[in-house]
Design a protein around this ligand. Structure first.
Ligand code: ISE
Length: 334
């Protein structure tokens, strides 16, 4: 089997998890890791016999590295993705592609100039069996045209320093991407409603939030983002069509009825809930790159999601409906 030599930029939690998962991906070999925390990079490198760098640009420039995974903080994604494009190396960039629309447009421009796809963005829900089955159901016509999509995106406890804006830019971005992918439509407007905050939320954190998205063909999507729900990591979707519904997440895992009680598991966090999706995402990315193809979520998807997220943050801040207007879609992403 052919081998793809991979460099991983960022050896924090996500980087380490990707490295662990790549050990189970046939054809993948991690040959280099980088982090500004040089000691951490060295320790992680030793676990897989890879070379350690303190600068991601040196890793990207290494002839030993054929493809790159970016798992460093979001504000570094633009520079490292641009460096991969300049080096003509396929890159899987963790979400977001970049935190701002302007930065995303710079990446789009660089990739479009190459006239071939090199960039994939880490929207792993598209690789989840449940979400894929929901899309197959809709595309198969069993429930007719979509009318409404109800999304529940709940985390047990928010990490320290989590802000009201991050509830959108770090969490709801996944629901934005799923909406675009599932419905095959762009999002054209956003409104954010703010119920009274939970007493479990940190001071000043507007948690929960209810985000209402409008699609180009008139579907309404409501996303409840609740990052301090206390009881677990709970992702539930109900797609409402003209002739039926499709839902996921209501009863994850095995449920037990015993002695007058009914109980079942709730995942602790997104790593547990989407472990299989991350594995499939990596496997399909490696297989595709070895075939000379990058077929997952594109830089356009990354740009459009960041643009919608910016619109949601504006709606949150200004307390009113915000129209989202996208740039013209380059032919590369048709
Ligand atoms: C986290 O960063 C993720 O990407 C998870 O998928 C999401 O569910 C969570 O809310 C984010 O904080």
């Amino acid at each position: 089997m052919m081998t793809l030599t991979i460099g991983v930029v960022g050896t924090g939690n996500m980087g380490q998890e990707h490295i662990r998962r790549l050990a189970g991906v046939p054809g993948a070999e991690v040959v280099a890791v980088s982090d500004v925390n040089a000691e951490q990079a060295k320790q992680v490198a030793e676990t897989v016999g890879a070379r350690a760098y303190s600068d991601g640009h040196d890793l990207i420039g290494s002839d030993a590295v054929q493809a790159v995974i970016i798992a460093s903080p979001g504000f570094t994604h633009e520079e490292f993705t641009l460096a991969c494009i300049a080096a003509d190396k396929p890159v899987l960039c963790e979400k977001p592609l970049a935190p701002t629309v302007d930065a995303c447009l710079r990446v789009l421009g660089a990739e479009a100039a190459e006239s071939r796809r090199l960039v994939q963005v880490g929207f792993m829900r598209r690789y989840d069996d449940g979400f894929r089955a929901m899309k197959e159901t809709l595309d198969g016509g069993q429930i007719g045209r979509a009318l409404l999509l109800h999304c529940r995106h709940r985390n047990a406890v928010a990490p320290p320093g989590f802000t009201s804006d991050m509830m959108i830019t770090d969490s709801v971005v996944h629901d934005i991407d799923v909406t675009r992918w599932l419905l095959g439509q762009e999002i054209v407007a956003a409104t954010v409603f703010k119920p009274r905050p939970s007493s479990k939320a940190s001071e000043g954190l507007l948690d929960p939030q209810l985000v209402v998205l409008e699609t180009a063909e008139g579907v309404l999507v409501d996303v409840e983002s609740f990052v301090n729900c206390q009881y677990g990591y709970d992702i539930r979707y109900e797609l409402v069509g003209e002739m039926g519904t499709a839902s996921l997440g209501e009863l994850p895992g095995v449920h037990v009825r015993q002695q007058g009680r009914h109980y079942g598991p709730i995942p602790a966090d997104f790593r547990e809930r989407f472990g299989g999706a991350y594995q499939s995402e990596l496997q399909e990315w490696v297989t595709g790159v070895l075939r000379g193809e990058v077929t997952g979520p594109s830089a356009w998807d990354g740009y459009a999601t960041t643009a919608v997220a910016e619109g949601c943050v504006q709606a949150l801040t200004e307390g009113r409906r915000t129209v989202v207007e996208l740039a013209d879609r380059p032919a590369l992403y048709a």
